[in-house]
Design a protein around this ligand. Structure first.
Ligand SMILES: C[S@@+](CC[C@H](N)C(=O)[O-])C[C@H]1O[C@@H](n2cnc3c(N)ncnc32)[C@H](O)[C@@H]1O
Length: 255
């Protein structure tokens, strides 16, 4: 993890959950979409890589009731410190690369039946090697799910943020290729989650750089972007938009 990304999440960690919990249905529905896509069962050994504060992992653990704790893996101490102390969740301080390369071993040495990487793959530098390494940790009925935004998004950001996002966001096709190159059977689906958020709350989300792309801007540039946003949405007390996600699943196929 670069220093810039580490600093970004250290600053964001205290407010991260607040940005999404104003609509508990959003987190619930999203977590259930992950549970459904991975077909999770209580007997699965599960890891959430780049789990952040475990906001979605908690809901998954509550719904699935896995017999072993879900491994909550993240390289940011500030984010991981906010994973609740529950017997169903076990925090692991490590990056996806650490786990994929074996530099950090997981506390439960057996193979994993399900791995989810939600909104973290864009932070991984060598994505093909990391996905290959993660695929190598799967059991013979293992599944690996990468959840990511597409390269263009309808979020009410300011123009420079959209441009920078499009430059930085990896193409889901690249991830699908990496899953296939790792020997997994792939499937790509699109999911949409409706967002309705008060404009003033969204201003606070922008100001706290709730998306990592906003960490690319200096304080002055961000203030200018927020001013553009306020002008563009001055007639809309509530912002409504569709949050589109790509779900890329790779499944182990028995020979
Ligand atoms: C946008 S947050 C997503 C957190 C969580 N998955 C969620 O959806 O709420 C991205 C997370 O990826 C983590 N991260 C950054 N670099 C990473 C890496 N190389 N491997 C795994 N996670 C990483 C960050 O610390 C952060 O917690």
């Amino acid at each position: 993890m670069t220093d810039q990304i580490a600093d970004h999440y250290e600053r964001l960690a205290p407010s991260y959950d607040d940005h999404w919990t104003y609509d508990p249905e959003y987190v619930r529905q999203f977590s259930r979409a992950i549970t459904g896509a991975l077909r999770l069962t209580p007997s699965d050994a599960i890891a959430d890589i780049g789990c952040g504060t475990g906001l979605y992992t908690r809901q998954i653990a509550e719904d699935v009731q896995p017999r072993r704790p879900v491994l909550c893996v993240d390289p940011s101490t500030a984010m991981l410190d906010r994973v609740p102390a529950l017997s169903s969740l076990r925090p692991v301080l490590a990056s996806a690369e650490d786990v994929a390369s074996g530099r950090v071993s997981l506390p439960d040495p057996g193979p994993l039946d399900a791995i989810v990487v939600k909104e973290a793959i864009h932070h991984v530098a060598d994505r093909a090697a990391t996905i290959r390494g993660l695929a190598g940790l799967l059991s013979d009925h293992g599944r690996l799910l990468v959840v990511m935004l597409p390269t263009t998004i309808p979020h009410p950001l300011f123009a420079a943020a959209h441009d920078r996002f499009e430059e930085l966001q990896p193409d889901p096709a690249e991830i699908e290729e990496a899953l296939a190159a790792a020997g997994l059977r792939t499937s790509l689906t699109h999911r949409t989650f409706h967002v309705a958020v008060d404009r003033e709350r969204y201003v606070r989300m922008l100001e706290s750089r709730y998306m990592s792309v906003l960490g690319e801007f200096s304080d002055d540039e961000l203030a200018e972007g927020v001013a553009q946003f306020k002008h563009a949405y001055r007639e809309d007390p509530v912002l409504r938009f569709d949050d589109h996600f790509v779900f890329l699943k790779g499944s182990v196929t028995r020979a």
